[in-house]
Design a protein around this ligand. Structure first.
Ligand SMILES: Nc1ncnc2c1ncn2[C@@H]1O[C@H](COP(=O)(O)OP(=O)(O)OP(=O)(O)O)[C@@H](O)[C@H]1O
Ligand SMILES: [Mg+2]
Length: 204
């Protein structure tokens, strides 16, 4: 079995930046590694991502949104994550179950039990071995975001505050799985903390 690492955090916290740096580093030391993302880690998922991130002039209920994220996730684990872990790869995923708990439960207000049950169903109980939560204040997120905002990024500051607090609560409840990093630090400082964590835990 390989090793499953996820990156979580609010928009523009630096997830993609850090995944790319870690991916290049792991490749450079000869590791079998893949990077993937949610939503949209598969061809079918890419279609679901387009639906989720587009602006619509019809009702897009929160439950429909939740179910689409979970459908994307289920397709993702069966096509990418599980086969890669079985082939002994280190899998780096840009968002996973914790994003759904943070957005759909803590920010949108859907019952925790429903979100948790659907996360379990969609993943076949596959949890990450390790999760990096890159934490930044909502104001910094909004400052870093470009002017062309997608549907989710256009939510207001209160939404992003709830989201950030949600991620921190999730991490607090699963301290063994999470490493919380201050995302306002320098990009290369954060990268070093991530690499050092993998070394300390004898993952590399
Ligand atoms: N530690 C950092 N300090 C300052 N700027 C940063 C830092 N990390 C990333 N950035 C910048 O912030 C922006 C968002 O970074 P990135 O795309 O990695 O975030 P993300 O978490 O993947 O965002 P999204 O949720 O929108 O995909 C980029 O312009 C990036 O260069
Ligand atoms: Mg990103």
């Amino acid at each position: 079995m390989g090793f499953f690492i996820t990156f979580e955090g609010i928009e523009a916290s630096g997830k993609t930046t850090q995944i790319n740096l870690l991916y290049d580093y792991l490749k450079s030391i000869g590791k079998n590694v893949i990077k993937t993302r949610e939503p949209g880690g598969t061809k079918i998922g890419q279609k679901i991502r387009e639906i989720l991130l587009s602006k619509w002039d019809e009702k897009f209920p929160y439950i429909a949104e939740l179910l689409l994220y979970e459908a994307d996730r289920n397709i993702h684990i069966h096509n990418i994550i599980k086969p890669s872990l079985e082939a002994d790869y280190i899998v780096l995923s840009d968002r996973y179950i914790d994003s759904t708990t943070a957005y759909q439960h803590y920010a949108r207000g859907i019952d925790y039990e429903i979100v948790s049950y659907l996360n379990t169903l969609a993943t076949d109980r596959l949890k990450p071995n390790l999760t990096f939560l890159i934490d930044i204040p909502a104001q910094i997120s909004l400052k870093r975001l470009s002017k062309t905002k997608d549907r989710i990024e256009s939510e207001d500051i209160e939404f992003h505050k709830k989201l950030r607090e949600g991620f921190l609560k999730i991490a607090e409840n699963e301290k063994d799985r999470f490493v919380v990093i201050d995302g306002t630090m320098d990009i290369m400082e954060i990268h070093k903390i991530i690499v050092d964590t993998l070394k300390q835990r004898k993952i590399i």
